[in-house]
Design a protein around this ligand. Sequence first.
Ligand code: TYM
Length: 327
Amino acid sequence: MERMVSGIKPTGRLHLGNYIGAISQFIKYQEEYELFIFIANLHAITVPIEAKELRKNTKDLIALYLACGLDPEKTTLFLQSDVDAHAKLGWVMTCTSYVGELQRMTQYKDKTAKGESGITAGLFTYPPLMAGDIILYDADYVPVGKDQTQHVELTRDLAERFNNRYSDTFKIPKPLTTSVGQKICSLQDPTKKMSKSVTDPKGTIDLLDDPNVARKKIMSAVTDSIGIIQYDPENQPGISNLLTIQSVLTNEPIESIVSRYQGKGYGELKKEIGQTIFDFLTDLQSKYKAIIESGKIDEVLKQGAEKANYIANKKIRKVYKKVGFTL
Ligand code: TYM
């Protein structure tokens, strides 16, 4: 069975972009692949975050993974910090990376270009940590949204570099993005991606938003003055983004939605999508509440960490031997 590895940072509340770009892929693939999905909490402290908030986000994230349909019998679900080999391989990968290639990583480049202060060294070196997360498990594929594919390309380069230097050790993974929805955009500025850090909350639908509030966000989404419902991300990014959301959540192809709306207005389309979002969030949140109350999270994470540690420790022993740490 081929293997997939992916993770999400518990830095804020999970949003629709995370669901469509990443989690919906995890659910789809858990039947056919051996899946390792973790909470990337080592990555979360690359930006300042209170311990209390990190704990709450972590619990919410695992409950949402389960509520979305990840099945711990099929998928190994764990906390990154429960598997020490991530930090160990992260360091080896940091020492395999060149400063120049890390400076080219978009997230770091964007933040420094904006002249943001307080950028940590961890934010600079987090791509090699992410590379370690992936190759530790000999992943064949990494299901991610478009914004993460650059990091998976770096992972491939680092794995190859290590293999060339020390002999064959790591599998070279491939990024996997959805054909529709690899970049869900902000509802208020559809030229930008929907993001946890967006300061305008009306642009982002959180999975834990009140369903009525989320419906209102859809109704006030920015569109255009063209007035025709069609999928044209270049000229009609707002409408195209809404069509994508509706298509992924209902499994109806975009062309079919477009043909149903020939000659109709944006308001009608928004009404239908608002209802889709309302139903989706209502169902998801009732499952989420049941999971939080069930108290089963600790057991799921314990089981996941045991399996992940078994595989990761074997790999890190091999790496330590190759670089000369073991005598
Ligand atoms: P993170 O936490 O920023 O995002 C988690 C996943 O959600 C996807 N995503 C989106 N997809 C579509 N539209 C959007 N607007 C959108 N916003 C986010 C991301 O592409 C990602 O798949 N560095 C990673 C976490 C990580 C990781 C890993 C991922 C750490 N180690 C190893 C894969 C493998 C991150 O910050 O994702």
